[in-house]
Design a protein around this ligand. Structure first.
Ligand SMILES: [Zn+2]
Length: 321
């Protein structure tokens, strides 16, 4: 099921690429920041191992890299590979998120992880098993590490762990600082800006635009200096982090919108035209996202990106203890 368009909805990119949004998760900067933060907290042994593994199974030079040829090292460059890889391997689309319906009580996560598509929590487990398997091929282990680097980022984007029959907020048109939502696909009834896109990219670009991933990461190291040691010591628990994202989506993503978005009764949705034209119904709420929403969301995004990086480092350190 390759339904969810995970992102990159900046008008800027539409103008440049001239395409509908394609799936990016946090966008280039967000994923790269997670990787830079993680690298700084790897143990010396883990740092050697990840460098060796990535070098032994390099990225196919023919793969089109959405985030461009950049000056990042192999670890940070790997953070955006999974979104590029999805374009040639569409059956991996379901690995980037988990659709936990809004309003469900915290409990077993398996019901929200269909065997046919998998989901982000299972994908992390599966790729961790490949990474640990010294009999797996060099390419498989390198790609497993690239998936893990990327999925730790995605897991901390609150809208990658929730859904309201709206493809993780992709079907919630919003006006962003006065830019009114425009219909992007008449058949699928998709719009931009939308709630998912602003959380992936627009809010972040508004406060961090122009910063390099390293500058952003340095700022986060100072801002969260007090919390980082505790995050690094936490038990690696991907399922509880998915629930944490799910709760954040409720409190800080939907809950902070000026107009209340009702919880839908879960039905299967493949496009924003489903569930009785969910995007049209959401459009009629006329959600206006501006300075107040931005100010509250910035802190959440900064903390989530930093946690993702620290937790990624802890998980990799545990592989090579
Ligand atoms: Zn992704």
């Amino acid at each position: 099921m390759k339904r969810r368009r995970r992102t990159c909805s900046t008008l800027f990119l539409f103008a440049i690429v001239g395409l509908a949004p394609s799936a990016r998760g946090w966008g280039c900067t967000g994923h790269q920041v997670v990787a830079v933060i993680a690298e700084e907290h790897l143990s010396p042994h883990a740092r050697d191992m990840v460098a060796q593994i990535l070098a032994a199974g390099p990225i196919d030079p023919a793969l089109r890299r959405f985030c461009g040829a950049n000056t990042l090292d192999a670890f940070a460059d790997s953070s955006t590979w999974a979104d590029d890889q999805r374009s040639i391997q569409p059956d991996t689309a379901g690995w980037h998120f988990i659709d936990i319906p809004r309003g469900v009580a915290k409990g077993a996560i398996a019901p929200y992880c269909p065997p046919s598509t998998s989901c982000i929590t299972r994908a992390i487990d599966d790729q961790m098993a490949i990474l640990r398997n010294i009999n797996a091929s060099a390419q498989a282990r390198a790609d497993a590490l690239r998936y893990i680097i990327h999925f730790f980022g995605d897991l901390h984007q609150p809208l990658h762990a929730t859904s309201n029959n709206d493809l993780g907020g992709n079907c919630v048109p919003v006006s962003f600082f006065g830019a009114a939502p425009q219909e992007r696909n008449v058949t699928k009834e998709s719009y931009a800006p939308n709630l998912h896109g602003i959380w992936d990219t627009d809010i972040l670009e508004r406060f961090a635009g122009g910063q390099t991933p390293q500058q952003f990461a340095d700022e986060m190291s100072v801002k969260f200096k007090g919390q980082i040691p505790a995050w690094l010591r936490e038990r690696v628990d991907v399922v509880s982090w998915a629930w944490e994202s799910h709760q954040l989506a409720e409190d800080s993503v939907y809950g902070a919108l000026p107009r209340k978005v009702a919880i839908e009764t879960p039905v299967e949705v493949k496009a924003c035209s489903d569930d009785q034209h969910i995007s049209t119904r959401m459009l009629n709420l006329h959600e206006q996202v501006g300075a107040d929403y931005q100010a509250a969301a910035e802190g959440v995004i900064q903390e989530q990106l930093t946690k993702a990086g620290i937790r990624l480092a802890a998980a990799l350190n545990a592989v090579w203890k």
